[in-house]
Design a protein around this ligand. Sequence first.
Ligand code: ADP
Length: 176
Amino acid sequence: MMNGRIGVYPGTFDPVTNGHVDIISRATRIVEHLVIGVAVNAGKGPLFSLEERVEMLEDQVSRMRNGDGTKIVVRPFSNLLMHFVEEVEATMILRGLRAVSDFEYEFQMAAMNTRLNSRVETVFLMASENHQFIASRFVKEVARLGGDIGSFVPAAVKARTLRRLGEPDASGRSWD
Ligand code: ADP
């Protein structure tokens, strides 16, 4: 068993945005071990495969300066979030909260998760002012329509998104 607080930051990360990166770096001040849980979420018809989403996150994590010494790992999961949290022996679920839009969904999810395991606390980090309006869904839409996504995602993610959208069968796909 690992020493110190273990937190899970779950999401789809299709793809990872500057908003996610901000939450990850702030989460390192709260936990000693951060497990970024990448949900399969096939139902959402992701633009990037699970492997690609994990890879992009790992790339971003490796670029982060991590002064707090928090151990960060990226792990895919396809089971119930609470089971994943129990598997990695975490005591905390971390979520980012953007103004208004996220509240209802997050409120319900946190309440459900408390019913499933009341020893695991959901902790919300408020989205930073300059990341409030960044969502993976819009990043994909803006990129698809030829807009510049450079201020929403890291450079490597931008390059990869543009490459993916340039592939023959990408334009006809619809995403959540
Ligand atoms: P999910 O499918 O679980 O909503 P996402 O990848 O969309 O997965 O989001 C993962 C988490 O990151 C969620 O808690 C979401 O609210 C948060 N998040 C997404 N975008 C931002 C942002 N711009 N700023 C802060 N938190 C964000």
